[in-house]
Design a protein around this ligand. Structure first.
Ligand code: SF4
Ligand code: SF4
Length: 146
């Protein structure tokens, strides 16, 4: 197999990728738009099913993507040079998987060739989360996402 036949995510490190390649790794699951709680004693991260109110639950996309950092200071823009901060990302996130030396899953659109495979495989959270403005206590919404 020639080198060009090997997908870019297998032959390049995250820091070697073009901006387009980097962006294409995001599968659009929106799990990173969910609120998380950190155990003060252990540092363990617990996931919730409560999402940022700027998330469009139908499309699973940010409604204010260009202004997200200004409007939501806690919204982290992922960059290759922040690799060591990625341990809070969901275990299915392509950036975390590749950073940890894993491959992309079969349902990732880059592998399946189908943009709908994230939803069909159950990895999109769009229809399964609650906007933050409808929730009183995050503690009541802890979930373990795959
Ligand atoms: S968790 Fe990762 S793959 Fe999913 S939307 Fe966020 S950055 Fe993209
Ligand atoms: S601002 Fe947009 S990208 Fe950031 S957490 Fe909210 S919905 Fe997600």
């Amino acid at each position: 197999m020639s080198n060009d036949a090997v997908p870019f995510w297998r032959r390049k490190t995250l820091t070697e990728m073009t901006r387009g390649e980097w962006e294409s790794l995001c599968d659009g699951c929106a799990k990173c738009c969910l609120f998380k709680l950190e155990d003060e004693d252990t540092g363990e991260i617990h996931q919730t099913n409560v999402c940022c109110q700027l998330l469009d639950l139908d499309t699973c996309r940010c409604t204010r993507y260009g202004e997200r950092s200004k409007l939501v200071p806690s919204c982290v823009t992922l960059e290759p040079h922040h690799l060591d901060e990625f341990d809070w990302l969901p275990t299915t996130c392509a950036y975390r998987l590749l950073h940890e030396g894993e491959d992309l899953p079969d349902w990732h659109p880059l592998v399946s060739g189908d943009p709908h495979s994230v939803v069909e495989s159950g990895h999109s959270i769009g229809k399964r989360c609650i906007p933050e403005n409808e929730v009183d206590d995050l503690q009541d919404h802890l979930v373990a996402w795959e």
